[in-house]
Design a protein around this ligand. Structure first.
Ligand code: AMP
Length: 363
């Protein structure tokens, strides 16, 4: 029996471990919190910080292959380990995604269009960047931003001073894309082939993913182009394993926004909505099994459950609806904007969701 090691024991680690178990694969999980969600199903638990070199080495020693759900694992710890143990995705996709400037340059180099962007370090360079990018624009910190944290939209000169507050750390200014909608594509690739998951429409609220509607109602030709570009990007950039790419779509043009070399929130619907899911294909990749191409089972809607919707989700779970799959991550502390779970509605369209379910949740 093989064991896969997972750096990070949040909901992504939990769902990787759940799918591993279904494939007869053991898991060892490292997380700093003793009550991390993935510890509930992991076969082995290591409570330690992400930069604890000895603990990470112990995780590697106990595992046949190691992956990560936590994006900010430091390279000076991971690189030496990757030389001695099987961490098949390696550090490179993490490195390329840990800085928004490097990430966008890399995306362009390997075949994606991105919004225009420029590095910004102080008021003078922000001024210069605004002169050629123009309003509206988005200023983002280059590192450690997530779910809309560390960014500011500049609609006009009136927003300049407020934006300058971000400039304590290196930033990037991006052209604001007036997109029709946001989508994302999840690709899993091994040395021989790549599979990608059907794409959904992502709807955010307060910078956090709220809903994902699948299929995305994209022109089939456009979806094929995006999926092919993403698969080719992985090959060209030399990545293996899992990669999620967030995109803006405007007309028949698409723009790379950001990527993550781990399962993605917009792919949670795949657990029940497609014939195989993002977590399972990652496990297959890690254990050297042949990858399977996912197919959509039926139109599907995924609703994220943040703290404010936890009680509603528990009630829906207790009601026991057919084709409604309630995933609660077992986090011990619930807070309003914390991701506590998600619900997948299989055989559900956007209109059906609006009519039957939307008013069960906080608006
Ligand atoms: P990010 O953290 O880069 O994913 O940004 C969070 C959200 O802000 C995105 O999901 C978009 O809704 C919005 N956003 C970020 N960058 C841009 C952009 N260049 N143009 C338009 N909207 C953006």
């Amino acid at each position: 029996m093989q064991t896969i090691g997972i750096i990070g024991g949040g909901q992504l680690g939990l769902m990787i471990a759940e799918q591993a178990r279904l494939l007869g694969v053991r898991t060892a999980v490292l997380d700093p919190a003793a009550d991390a969600p993935a510890f509930a199903v992991a076969d082995e638990r290591i409570v330690a910080a992400y930069d604890d070199a000895a603990a990470l080495e112990e995780l590697c020693r106990r595992s046949d292959a190691v992956t990560y759900e936590f994006e900010n694992v430091p390279g000076d710890v991971l690189i030496p380990l990757a030389e001695r143990y099987r961490i098949p995705q390696g550090y490179k996709p993490l490195y390329d995604s840990q800085d928004r400037l490097r990430e966008k340059e890399n995306a362009r180099r390997h075949g994606f269009r991105t919004p225009e962007f420029a590095p910004v370090d102080d008021r003078a360079s922000l001024r210069a960047a605004l002169e050629w990018i123009g309003y509206p624009a988005v200023l983002k910190t280059r590192t450690l931003g997530y779910d809309g944290h560390g960014q500011q939209v500049l609609r006009s000169e009136a927003d300049f001073e407020a934006a300058c507050r971000l400039l304590a750390v290196p930033c990037i200014l991006e052209q604001f894309v007036p997109f029709d909608y946001e989508t994302s594509v999840v690709v899993v690739a091994d040395r021989n082939e790549a599979v990608s998951f059907p794409m959904g429409r992502n709807v955010h609220r307060d910078g956090i993913l709220d809903l994902c509607f699948v299929p995305a109602a994209i022109e089939p030709a456009l979806e094929r182009r995006i999926r092919r570009t993403a698969e080719a990007f992985m090959r060209s950039a030399g990545y293996e394993g899992i990669l999620a790419i967030e995109l803006f779509v405007r007309g028949d043009a698409f723009y790379f926004n950001e990527m993550a070399p781990r399962p993605h929130n917009s792919g949670h619907y795949t657990i029940e909505g497609t014939t195989t899911n993002q977590f399972r294909e990652l496990v297959r990749y890690l254990t050297g099994e042949k990858l399977r191409q996912p197919e959509l089972v039926a139109p599907t809607v995924m609703k994220n459950i943040l703290g404010q919707d936890l009680e509603a989700a528990e009630r829906i779970a207790a009601e026991g609806h057919e084709n409604v799959f309630v995933h609660l991550y077992g986090k011990t502390e619930s807070r309003p904007k914390r991701k506590m779970g998600h619900i997948t509605f299989v055989g559900m369209t956007a209109d059906g969701y609006a009519a039957q379910w939307a008013d069960r949740f906080v608006r």
